[in-house]
Design a protein around this ligand. Structure first.
Ligand SMILES: Nc1ncnc2c1ncn2[C@@H]1O[C@H](COP(=O)(O)OP(=O)(O)OP(=O)(O)O)[C@@H](O)[C@H]1O
Ligand SMILES: [Mg+2]
Length: 275
């Protein structure tokens, strides 16, 4: 099987909270290995719910998920925890571990037999490598509960990378980061996604980061996939008006990327204000 033919596929997925359908008839894929898919959409559109469902933490009411054509056991987080790694939108607070220790714990928590057979020296080297790649090597001996929000977020990303996932799910990993670290994290994600053939899905609110650094974009709207494809093809003034309710221009920048500029609000109300 080539890299292009493998990845994560979603078939007719539905998720309910109580009696309310939050995700409906979602089908997409494959989200290929070696590529980053940006998951975009308004507040309340279902991005975190989709990521939690892919991670096995929310139980779908319908549908199936497959990785490289084989079913992922739905609703059973432990069955897939060795291959699917998920970084939540809100990170746990009040953890007293040191940074390096916490990354080592994360590496050891990987259930992949290949990872478990690594020696302590290999795991330690991988933990240091993850911290260095994210430019937080100097924090190795600090306590997690003494870090800033952005530093804590970078450690969370290091913990995710060191588990050597096959599917990497990151919910708003840039939300607390400065410009430098936003850029750096996307660059590292691109590198490891390609090097290790990971199917990576990243929830972003920064559409320009999706245009610059992601291979695919999925636009969620009211619990459905409104658009899915190459970012520059699916992020258009029409799709931004439809999904986000904004009047937008998309201008080429001198580096050849496209850049979204918002001129105002389109004549509609967003889903967050309707629900
Ligand atoms: N535990 C829950 N119980 C009931 N409803 C929920 C629960 N979690 C989320 N919802 C609802 O499901 C919908 C989708 O929420 P979700 O958190 O997936 O949105 P999101 O796209 O991640 O939004 P944001 O950009 O604000 O993080 C929202 O209407 C939300 O109110
Ligand atoms: Mg969310």
């Amino acid at each position: 099987m080539t890299l292009a033919s493998t990845g994560l596929s979603i078939h007719d997925l539905g998720v309910r909270y109580g009696r309310r359908d939050v995700l409906r008839e979602l089908s997409a894929g494959p989200l290929p290995r070696g590529e980053i898919t940006a998951l975009l959409g308004p507040n309340g559109s279902g991005k975190s719910t989709l990521l939690r469902t892919l991670a096995g933490l929310a139980k779908p009411s319908a549908g199936t998920l497959t990785l490289d054509g084989a079913p992922l056991a739905l609703g059973v987080a432990s069955a897939r925890s060795h291959s699917v790694v998920y970084l939540p939108q809100a990170l746990p607070a009040g953890v007293r571990l040191q940074v390096l220790e916490s990354v080592l714990v994360a590496a050891r928590a990987g259930r992949d037999p290949a990872l478990r057979s690594h020696t302590s020296a290999q795991v330690l080297a991988a933990a240091h490598d993850a911290l260095e790649r994210l430019d937080i090597g100097a924090l190795a001996n600090r306590s997690l509960d003494e870090l800033s929000g952005g530093q804590r977020q970078l450690v969370g990303i290091a913990q995710a990378l060191v588990r050597e996932p096959q599917v990497l799910l990151l919910d708003e990993p840039l939300s607390a980061l400065d410009l430098n670290h936003q850029y750096q994290v996307m660059a590292v994600l691109r590198e490891v996604t390609r090097e290790r053939g990971i199917a990576t899905v990243v929830v972003l609110h920064d559409i320009n980061a999706a245009l610059r650094a992601c291979d695919r974009a999925m636009l969620l709207h009211d619990g459905r996939i409104a658009h899915f494809g190459i970012p520059a093809e699916v992020v258009t003034p029409a799709s931004l008006a439809e999904v986000f309710g904004v009047r937008a221009r998309i201008e080429p920048c001198s580096r050849g990327f496209h850049q979204v500029l918002i001129d105002g609000l389109a004549d509609r109300k967003g889903p967050a204000s309707r629900q």
